[in-house]
Write a protein of this length. Structure first.
Length: 160
């Protein structure tokens, strides 16, 4: 089985949910509707063999709509093939369903994405900060986040 076959199977089963498919330098990316991410992830794991979530991250496209993308990097351990799946996330509704029930490794990846980007994962078993202190305000990887952090003077501590 190839990634192209996987994409065709995905389009056949979830025709209304597949928004676009691109290939660049041998890497295939499928953009899907966020409402179907759990069903699509389960299909890719159970039917197509993508049994390892190698990474999950958020991307901020400040000024575009949707503003955010959640990117899922999948790997098939048997065929050694990779597939990238993306879901768009609007700035006014930064919630996506968790895929921790599909891939256990999503737990920490989703926590990191929430902590640094502010994208929340519905039904996540333990959504709390993982890198920043518990009392930290904001999400530091957003493009509109102040460079020095919230309420910090950029010249504080500078030698004169």
């Amino acid at each position: 089985m190839s990634v192209q076959t996987t994409v065709e199977n995905l389009k056949a089963k979830f025709a209304a949910a597949v928004e676009s498919v691109t290939e660049f330098r041998g890497e295939t990316t499928v953009v899907v509707k966020k409402e179907e991410i759990v069903a699509i992830s389960t299909f890719l794991r159970d039917e197509e063999g993508f049994n390892f979530l190698t990474d999950l991250c958020g991307v901020d496209y400040l000024g575009q709509s949707p503003r955010f993308m959640v990117v899922y990097q999948l790997y098939n351990l048997e065929t050694k093939e990779r597939l990238r799946v993306k879901v768009g996330v609007a700035e006014d509704d930064t919630r996506v369903d968790t895929v921790t029930g599909v891939w256990g490794t999503a737990n920490w990846h989703e926590r990191e994405c929430w902590d640094l980007m502010g994208i929340s994962f519905n039904n996540h078993p333990d959504l709390r900060r993982i890198l920043m202190p518990a009392d930290w305000e904001g999400h530091p990887l957003r493009k509109d986040y102040p460079l020095q952090g919230p309420g910090r003077d950029p010249y504080q501590g500078r030698l004169s």
